[in-house]
Design a protein around this ligand. Structure first.
Ligand SMILES: C[S@@+](CC[C@H](N)C(=O)[O-])C[C@H]1O[C@@H](n2cnc3c(N)ncnc32)[C@H](O)[C@@H]1O
Length: 362
């Protein structure tokens, strides 16, 4: 009797869209490439990170497009499964959920750029478009997401249609070092944790400056080594290496090198700060990855126990040939990257939240 009166939970529109878009663990690596390619792409990716002869960074810079595409073809399903549709970190306040902090970090950019309806904006290295959709919803601006990875664009286009935002958000497949847009196309530009992949930051910034209108603003969150990083310290070098390998970086620039590249590209620097300092000390940006609790529901999949569980499931699925050969190796190098990020954050030698704002001179 009681059962008949029990209301079945009807998912809201948001929940339905979330359900449609989030891959399950059995979906991982099922549609980004052919099954028989996975192992070979993992090996090709890891070879580029072999620095034993000292030439690794040069090889990664020369072959950056292959390295980044291999990485995102392999890692995108894991990112979406473990983190969501916005592939970045965020400063977090006490009592704020991870999801809320990610969106707030995106809205911060929109506010600083003064985005509003009618503005044409470019998002450089837009992932599957999570930030672009949130910023378009918030500001009403029209945003073009540039990304070199075809798989992410396929997923992002579908998610944008599901979110009914195709009138504001679109994708262009292109390398942000060689943009296909004419000079002075955009009213504003932003990049979230993407320029760190560039083999030459100055070239990336110069290309962004070219497509911005005169007087227009560029805001960026970038991955940088902090002033505490000591290249003579083997523990620091190991952290840097782990972050590069786990996240498809050819190298990692310091904050000073990044700001020098902004100026050399022709931008006028307006503001710069490490947004890691905007976190409550009890909820640093790396906390979701460092969390060891089994009982947290917020961000469990990104936590250490959550990642361990995912790894075991992927191993099992690979053993019974549901997941392709090589899937476990992907989970392993992502895990090494996550641990290096936590170590870099704890030691204060690395930040993924270095923020700057610059203007194309009028
Ligand atoms: C860490 S993800 C961040 C994605 C997105 N900004 C977000 O926060 O969700 C980095 C993104 O930069 C893109 N990317 C890296 N190098 C690129 C390049 N040279 N040209 C275009 N996109 C690039 C990758 O494909 C990926 O989508």
């Amino acid at each position: 009797m009681l059962r008949r009166h029990k209301q079945r939970h009807k998912p809201s529109q948001d929940e339905r869209e979330e359900l449609m878009s989030t891959p399950s663990v059995t979906d991982m690596l099922q549609s980004s490439m052919r099954r028989d390619e996975v192992q070979q792409r993992v090996e090709q990716y890891l070879r580029l990170h072999d620095d034993r002869d000292g030439g690794g960074a040069d090889r990664r810079k020369a072959d950056y497009a292959t390295m980044i595409n291999d990485y995102y073809d392999l890692a995108t399903d894991f990112y979406e499964f473990g983190w969501g549709q916005s592939f970045h970190f965020a400063p977090r306040s006490r009592g704020e959920s991870l999801a809320a902090s990610l969106v707030r970090h995106e809205h911060f950019l929109a506010l600083r750029l003064g985005l509003r309806p009618g503005m044409r904006v470019v998002d450089l290295g837009c992932g599957v478009g999570g930030p672009m959709r949130n910023i378009a919803r918030f500001s009403g601006a029209t945003i073009v997401g540039v990304n070199n990875n075809a798989y992410q664009i396929r997923r992002g286009t579908r998610q944008t249609e599901e979110a009914r935002l195709s009138h504001l958000c679109s994708f262009v497949q292109s390398d942000f070092l060689h943009l296909p847009m004419p000079d002075e196309t955009f009213d504003a530009a932003y990049a979230i944790e993407a320029i760190c992949h560039a083999p030459d930051k100055r070239q990336a910034f110069a290309e962004i400056l070219r497509v911005l209108k005169r007087g227009a603003l560029f805001a960026c969150y970038d991955w940088c080594l902090t002033a505490r990083y000591d290249p003579a310290n083997p523990a620091h070098r190991e952290i840097k290496k782990g972050i590069e390998e786990g996240n498809a970086l050819p190298d990692i620039a310091t904050i000073d090198e990044t700001l020098a590249a902004v100026r050399e590209a022709g931008f006028e620097l307006l503001a710069a700060e490490d947004r890691a300092d905007a976190s409550d000390p009890e909820t640093p940006w790396y906390l979701p990855l460092a969390d060891t609790r089994w009982y947290t529901f917020s961000g469990f999949r990104a936590s250490r126990p959550g990642r361990w569980l995912t790894h075991q499931m992927v191993r099992l699925l690979e053993a019974v040939r549901i997941a392709p050969r090589g899937a476990t190796a992907v989970s392993s190098f992502l895990e090494r990257g996550a641990r290096a990020l936590v170590a870099g954050g704890k030691a204060g030698v690395f930040t993924p939240l270095f923020y700057f704002e610059a203007r194309r001179p009028a």
